[in-house]
Design a protein around this ligand. Structure first.
Ligand code: NAD
Length: 351
């Protein structure tokens, strides 16, 4: 339940711990919500990202083994320690690297603060895993929730549509994964294709933290790109409609999906990112699942479709919705999604 003394009419006080790819986006997104206040961000090291946070007016706190002297030397004032930040918020969104988040759990429990983790952590770090279109209401009032990873968010959104409208008998997905985020210089491959040698891959079980009975099996390869992931899906529907355009309409009328036409020279992920640049989207973010009309085909009960997932930003709206669910700022998922999408400028393209 929300903390004692806290009422839904108050602005939710939020901390972001870990200010990298996901953390800086979540911090900006929180700042754009009328019902939330960003109290501060926590960082271990000074650098251009901490400096940018300071320039945006975000109070910067020292996390982990971060040293005040290092920040002072870099000319970045700190507002205190992470522990102090935790004392002045209702909830912390942990955006630290994989496994660091789980190590922070004791700290959050000690501070008696509600916490949100990211998909790099095991599901067991939290009481529930979250995907807004799929299980918003089951997270109402929860204190410890994990927003699932970028790939799992993309698959769960699609599953929310297909399961509800047509039923899913069987689903196989091959995930073509980006090698690194654009800002990273230490990951690869820069040439070659790396099959993920765990078969099936962990993504299917991760989707089942959201839909426990979904018959989905996944495999993955990593390719030298930084832009987006692409999922190649084959789904056997239990109650298939008469034509693929009905499936297309189901996606098109659901928030957080955009539908493009390849014939519109939208050939693949480079054009999707260019589209986001043309829209002036912050950091070229594409928070929607991206589908193509020509990239969806129904043959009897067999549905084939591609979807592209912008790994850096797809989980950002879910990080906002999860806060509304946890603190019951909104009990209706559709209204939370609408408020989030409006604040973040998520469009209904092709609707
Ligand atoms: P990142 O490396 O870009 O950012 C992590 C930030 O945390 C860095 O600024 C790092 O310096 C900082 N940090 C390191 N140790 C810390 C500590 N002890 N305390 C506070 N901050 C610390 O990582 P990311 O890509 O933003 O990933 C964060 C989480 O989000 C992971 O669980 C990841 O699996 C998940 N995620 C990442 C992506 C993606 O594609 N980047 C997509 C979805 C989910």
């Amino acid at each position: 339940m929300p903390p004692r003394g806290w009422a839904p009419c108050m602005s939710l006080k939020v901390a972001v711990n870990g200010y990298g790819t996901i953390g800086k986006r979540v911090a900006d997104a929180v700042r754009l919500q009328k019902d939330m206040t960003l109290v501060g961000v926590a960082k271990t090291k000074p650098g251009f990202e901490a400096r940018r946070a300071m320039e945006k007016g975000y109070p910067v706190f020292l996390a982990g083994d971060g040293k005040k002297a290092d920040f002072d030397a870099a000319g970045i004032p700190t507002a205190g320690t992470l522990q102090e930040l935790l004392r002045s918020v209702d909830v912390v969104v942990d955006c630290t690297p994989e496994k660091v988040g789980a190590a922070n759990k004791a700290l959050y429990e000690e501070a008696k603060v509600a916490a949100v983790w990211q998909g790099g952590e095991k599901a067991s770090v939290a009481d529930r895993s979250f995907s807004a279109l799929a299980n918003y209401t089951s997270c109402l009032g929860a204190r410890k929730v994990r927003v699932v990873s970028c790939n799992t968010t993309g698959l769960s959104r699609a599953a929310a549509v297909l399961r509800e409208r047509f039923g899913v008998e069987h689903w196989e997905a091959t995930l073509v994964r980006r090698a690194a985020d654009p800002g990273e210089s230490k990951r690869g491959p820069i040439n070659g294709i790396l099959p993920t040698m765990t078969l099936p891959s962990h993504h299917g079980p991760d989707v089942r933290t959201i839909f426990p009975d979904l018959p989905i099996a996944t495999s993955a390869v990593v390719v030298p790109t930084t832009l987006m992931h692409v999922h190649v899906n084959h789904v056997r529907l239990s109650h298939p409609p008469s034509s693929g355009s009905d499936v297309m309409a189901a996606f098109r009328t659901t928030p957080r999906f955009v539908m493009f036409r390849a014939s519109d020279r939208m050939e693949g992920t480079p054009q999707v990112i260019e589209w986001a640049r043309d829209l002036g989207r912050s950091r070229n973010d594409v928070m929607e699942n991206v589908l193509w009309e020509e990239g969806l085909k129904l043959e009897g009960s067999d549905l084939y479709f591609f979807q592209a997932i912008h790994q850096e930003s797809i989980v950002v709206p879910e990080n906002i919705d999860v806060l509304r669910a946890m603190f019951q700022l909104e009990t209706d998922p559709r209204r939370s999604i609408e408020r989030t999408d409006q604040a973040l400028g998520i469009l209904r393209v092709g609707a």
